[in-house]
Design a protein around this ligand. Structure first.
Ligand SMILES: [Ca+2]
Ligand SMILES: [Ca+2]
Length: 126
């Protein structure tokens, strides 16, 4: 539900799509770096039509259908230790063009911290 709230907050004109203008406004409003717009588009605009629809947003965030985020964890933890460094996990999400997803779930984790597989599953509701 909270994802739809985020989407609605961005979709100022309630058109059901988030366009560049709306992203730019959001970035200005929240003093985010301009690259946020590019990263957001790269992450969520699956069909590359220039806008992000709620369906795309949902799909990327894994609400339906779910992306296999546990595979991201496994990739960050090739030895299967069950714990990964936050920086390593961030790198994997970035490689998978899912930086925004990472930020949304793990923003509050310190860069030098570690995430256990159980915490990961809990946070991502896997
Ligand atoms: Ca819109
Ligand atoms: Ca699109």
């Amino acid at each position: 539900m909270e994802f739809e709230a985020i989407f609605k907050a961005l979709d100022k004109d309630s058109s059901g799509e988030i366009d560049i203008q709306e992203l730019n406004d959001y970035v200005k409003q929240h003093n985010l770096p301009q690259e946020f717009v590019e990263r957001w588009q790269k992450t969520f605009d699956l069909d590359k039509n220039g806008t992000v629809s709620l369906a795309e947003f949902r799909q990327v965030l894994g609400i339906s259908p779910r992306r296999d985020y546990l595979a991201f964890f496994t990739k960050a933890d090739p030895e299967g230790k069950g714990v990964v460094k936050v920086t390593t996990l961030k790198k994997v999400f970035s490689e998978e063009s899912a930086e925004e997803v990472f930020d949304m779930y793990f923003k509050d984790c310190p860069d030098d911290g570690e995430i256990k597989v159980d915490e990961f599953k809990l946070k991502m509701e896997l």
